[in-house]
Design a protein around this ligand. Sequence first.
Ligand SMILES: C[S@@+](CC[C@H](N)C(=O)[O-])C[C@H]1O[C@@H](n2cnc3c(N)ncnc32)[C@H](O)[C@@H]1O
Length: 201
Amino acid sequence: MINAVSDAYSRRAVEYVERFASFGAVHPSDRHLVATWANGIDGAVIDAGCGPGQWTNFLNEAGVPALGVDLVPEFIAHARDTYPGIPFRTSSLDNLDVDTGTIGGVLAWYSLIHHEPDTIHTPLLEFHRVLSPGGALLIGFFENHAIEKFDHAVVPAYRWPVSDLCDELVAAGFDILETHARTTTGQRPHGAILAIRGDAR
Ligand SMILES: C[S@@+](CC[C@H](N)C(=O)[O-])C[C@H]1O[C@@H](n2cnc3c(N)ncnc32)[C@H](O)[C@@H]1O
């Protein structure tokens, strides 16, 4: 699956950058949520699955040192050209190649949507590993009443109920702080979860 995701985004990287590298398609309340979340973080943030890097830059401009990580070399090349001075790295979310317990926050904004439900545990454990105790996680995703696969424009993706994703987070060692769900006419239902690394692991 991981190669299929990387290949599909690589093939459509130019188109994706044209459509989504700006904040035109982002709901204003999402910008507010990410900014508010970032404001309370102590330490660096990983923008996990950063795509063209616009959220990485957003975090940096909000005063939070951010590292952008993505599977797709074309996105990382674009991000490095567009935002010189911000670090970007080609890497899998399943293995971030970052020291254990060194990161203040992980933003996974619509980047876990392509994981098969029975594999989503892997990146969540990896996020838990890299976060410092009390480190913060924010996930954005397509929300639904049941886990459901659908034909995303680039490569198949999954919609998740907030409660099911919360269960996965708790199983990976996170404590849930807040959940959000939003339905807007003409847009796919959206969910967001804020969690912190629990002490249990
Ligand atoms: C829908 S895009 C979202 C990009 C960006 N977060 C945004 O909000 O514009 C999903 C991104 O997640 C990345 N991605 C998906 N699975 C990944 C994985 N296993 N490792 C690293 N990146 C991944 C894709 O390459 C793509 O850039």
